[in-house]
Write a new protein. Structure first.
Ligand code: ATP
Length: 368
C-alpha cells in the first residue's frame, strides 16, 4: 500500500529468509510457509531463499558472517524483493559476540530503512495486563536512522572521576519530514483518524522544536487526518490509562524504542510483537521484535505469531493487502480457538500453530 502513483504490486516475491541466531531457526521456516500460503491464495508467489547466517554458520563454517558485511547487504538487496529476519544475539553454544548482529544493523543503516513500524493490535482482552477491557489498536512509527542512536559523541577523561560523556542527538529536516509524512500516509491508508506526535520540545528546544514545526506543517498536507501532540512522559501515562484513545503514534528513534515496548506489553508482549524496517519503494527488512530467546531456542515451542504478523506487515507494505488481512484473520481465529503456544496459555508447538494458520488461511480465502 505504499506503492507510489500507478505502481502495481508484483505478483511474485523473491524473499530472503535470514534465520539469524537462536529462536529464528524454530520460527522462520514455519512463518515463511504461512506467509507463502496467504500470498499464494491471493495469486502471489513467494519464493524463499533461506540463509543460515549467525551462530549456526559459525559452528559449521567457523564464522557467523562473510567478512564484507556491506557487500553482503548490497547483494541481498540486489537479489531479493524483501528480507525476513529472525533475530540476532548471543547463542550459548558459541562464544559471546559470535552472532549476526552486524548484518541486522548493516541492513537497517545501509538500506536507509528510516521507518520502524511497530503495530500493536490487541488480539484478545486476556492478553492485556490492564484491569479494564478496552479495544487497543496502536501503531508506533519510530524514526529509525537518526536521534541519539547514531552514536555520535565521545568521552573525555574516560575512566576518571572527571569524566565527561557527550551523546549527540541528530535530527535533520529531511529525516523528521519523511517519518512524519510516512505516519500520515499510513494513518490515511489504514483508516486511522489521527496521528499523535510525541516529543519533549519544552526541554529539547532545538531538536524537538524541529519535530514540532515539521509535524504541524506536514499535517497541513493531510487535512483529513487529525494531528495531535503529546509530551512523551504524558503519553506514557495516558497510554496505560486510556490506550483506546490512540492509534498511530510517530516519534524519534529513542522514544519509539521505549514506547513500542510499552505498547507491545499492553497487547501481549514479545510473542506477538511484529515490526518492519521500511523505506517505501526500496528493499525492506521485516523482523519480529523479540530477541533470540535462548531459553526456548531450538526446542520447537516458540510462538510464531510475532513473525507471522511481521509477514502481515511485509505483505501490506508490498501492496498485498488481502493476503495481509488473511494472516490477520487466521491469527485472530487461532486465538479464539486456543490454537496457541504455551507462552499465551495454549498447548501447541510452533509447527502446530503454523499448520493451523495455513489451513485457516485457505478456509478464509474461500469465504471471501
Ligand atoms: P536477546 O539477548 O537475544 O534479546 P533475550 O532473552 O534477552 O534475548 P528475548 O529473546 O526477547 O530477549 O526473550 C525475552 C523472553 O521472552 C524470554 O523468556 C523468551 O523465552 C521469551 N520469548 C521471546 N520470543 C518468544 C517467542 N517467539 N515465543 C515465546 N516466548 C518468547
Amino acid at each position: 500500500m505504499f506503492l507510489k502513483g500507478n505502481e502495481m504490486p508484483e505478483n511474485n516475491i523473491d524473499l530472503a529468509v535470514i534465520l539469524g541466531d537462536g529462536v529464528g531457526h524454530d520460527i522462520l521456516p514455519v512463518a515463511a510457509e504461512v506467509i507463502k500460503e496467504a500470498a499464494g491464495v491471493c495469486g502471489v508467489e513467494v519464493t524463499p531463499t533461506v540463509y543460515g547466517y549467525g551462530a549456526q554458520r559459525y559452528l559449521e563454517e567457523g564464522s557467523p558472517l562473510p567478512e564484507d558485511v556491506p557487500a553482503l547487504v548490497r547483494s541481498l538487496a540486489e537479489k531479493h524483493d524483501a528480507i525476513l529476519f529472525g533475530s540476532a544475539g548471543d547463542d550459548p553454544r558459541v562464544p559471546a559476540g559470535i552472532n549476526c548482529r552486524d548484518l541486522l544493523v548493516g541492513l537497517r543503516w545501509e538500506l536507509d530503512l528510516f521507518v520502524n513500524l511497530r503495530p500493536a493490535p490487541l488480539l484478545d482482552s486476556r492478553f492485556c495486563p490492564l484491569k479494564k477491557e478496552v479495544p487497543i489498536d496502536l501503531v508506533v512509527v519510530r524514526e529509525n536512522t537518526e536521534g541519539v542512536n547514531v552514536r555520535m559523541g565521545g568521552n573525555f577523561k574516560k575512566g576518571t572521576t572527571d569524566e565527561v560523556a557527550i551523546q549527540e542527538d541528530v535530527n535533520t529536516y529531511k529525516g523528521v519530514e519523511r517519518i512524519c509524512r510516512y505516519a500520515f500516509e499510513y494513518a490515511r491508508a489504514h483508516g486511522y483518524p489521527k496521528v499523535t506526535m510525541a516529543d519533549k520540545h519544552g526541554s529539547l528546544i532545538h531538536a524537538h522544536g524541529l519535530w514540532k514545526r515539521v509535524f504541524w506543517r506536514m499535517n497541513e498536507e493531510f487535512p483529513d487526518v487529525e494531528g495531535e501532540h503529546y509530551f512523551i512522559d504524558t503519553l506514557c501515562m495516558d497510554l496505560v490509562l486510556h490506550p483506546e484513545k490512540f492509534g498511530v503514534i510517530v516519534t524519534n528513534n529513542m522514544y519509539g524504542d521505549i514506547l513500542s515496548d510499552l505498547c507491545a506489553s499492553l497487547v501481549g508482549g514479545v510473542g506477538v510483537a511484529a515490526s518492519g524496517c521500511i523505506h517505501p519503494g526500496r528493499v525492506c527488512m521485516f523482523e519480529p521484535v523479540h530477541g533470540t530467546a535462548p531459553d526456548i531456542a531450538l526446542k520447537g515451542i516458540a510462538n510464531p505469531f510475532a513473525t507471522v504478523l511481521t509477514g502481515r506487515i511485509m505483505l501490506d507494505t508490498l501492496g498485498h493487502t488481502r493476503a495481509a488481512e488473511l494472516i490477520w484473520g487466521a491469527v485472530q481465529a487461532a486465538v479464539k480457538e486456543n490454537k496457541i503456544t504455551g507462552d499465551l496459555g495454549g498447548d501447541l508447538n510452533t509447527k502446530g500453530v503454523g499448520e493451523y494458520l495455513q489451513e485457516k488461511i485457505v478456509e478464509l480465502s474461500k469465504e471471501q
